[in-house]
Design a protein around this ligand. Structure first.
Ligand SMILES: [Zn+2]
Ligand SMILES: [Zn+2]
Length: 132
């Protein structure tokens, strides 16, 4: 699946915060890492896309296309394009931790912050459809 240029809305979903991260501390053999998870059920908005191969929802015909479950979470696909922490857009942290996250779209793709914090201005702008 080619995600280049794809723009879809992941929020609001039917599950309040279907996405979360787990923090895995450094071990003797591996550096620390952050892993993203999706708990949304089949058919949830973050798993839906059309079967026509559209690359963005701005495509003229796309509004007419039926959205079908893709068998996986598209938001997580985005987060797997690099290290999960690379897409973090919340306030400065001393360390990542486990917790539910809020995802939103900026111009280049998906961003996230912890759902336990107040939405940053970027998240609010994205929810309001303001693609700066
Ligand atoms: Zn389409
Ligand atoms: Zn998801």
């Amino acid at each position: 699946m080619d995600l280049t240029g794809m723009r879809i809305l992941t929020a609001p979903t039917t599950v309040e915060h279907p996405h979360r991260v787990t923090y895995h501390p450094e071990t003797d053999t591996e550096p620390w890492r952050l892993v993203a998870h999706c708990d949304a059920p089949v058919g949830a908005p973050c798993r839906l896309w059309c079967a026509e191969g559209c690359e963005e929802d701005g495509a003229e015909e796309h509004a007419e296309h039926e959205l079908v479950d893709q068998g996986q979470c598209i938001t997580l696909e985005w987060l797997r394009l690099s290290d999960v922490e690379d897409f973090y857009a919340g306030p400065d942290l001393t360390e990542f931790h486990d917790g539910p996250i809020r995802t939103f779209w900026d111009f280049d793709g998906v961003q996230w912050e912890y759902a336990t914090t107040n939405p940053t201005s970027d998240a609010l702008a994205a929810e309001n459809g303001d693609q700066r």
